[in-house]
Design a protein. Structure first.
Length: 140
């Protein structure tokens, strides 16, 4: 659970404006990931704890083999913090799409180039949720 205010993560793992061709990233790793919230009194969000180090790989039928450094992927939100007495809020896109794909037994996904940056997060979620289902492997 992450108790940090959402403003701390503004910008996330998106390229910064004016960065030219280089992808400058601002990755936030807060103390919440180690169970030491800096502000434990706020309503928490649930974040996926991206492994530090290593690489996430997948094969895209259009763009070929893709590889992302895990150090360039932020600890992304799975469930927002709740509002008006709710403990937790709505599930975010990354979590929803993976759970939906697993539930519907989706084996192939067609996406535009603008969603390539979502894919490593989804691969990490697939690996965490269904590591033993060969029909859901995203990398041969």
């Amino acid at each position: 659970m992450c108790h940090c205010p959402p403003e701390k993560y503004v910008g996330g793992d998106h390229a910064e404006e004016g960065a030219g061709t280089a992808q400058v990233r601002r990755i936030v790793r807060c103390s919440c990931r180690d169970g030491k919230p800096s502000t434990p009194h706020g309503k928490p969000a649930i974040r996926f704890k991206v492994p530090i180090g290593g690489r996430t790989k997948f094969f895209d039928a259009v763009f070929g083999e893709r590889e992302f450094s895990n150090d360039e992927i932020e600890d992304f939100v799975l469930l927002r913090s709740g509002k008006d007495g709710e403990e937790f809020g709505q599930a975010m896109y990354q979590m929803s799409v993976v759970v939906d794909d697993v539930d519907m037994r989706i084996t192939h996904v067609i996406r535009g180039a603008d969603h390539i940056s979502n894919t490593p997060k989804q691969v990490l979620l697939y690996e965490a949720l269904v590591p033993r289902l060969p029909c859901l492997r995203m990398y041969p």
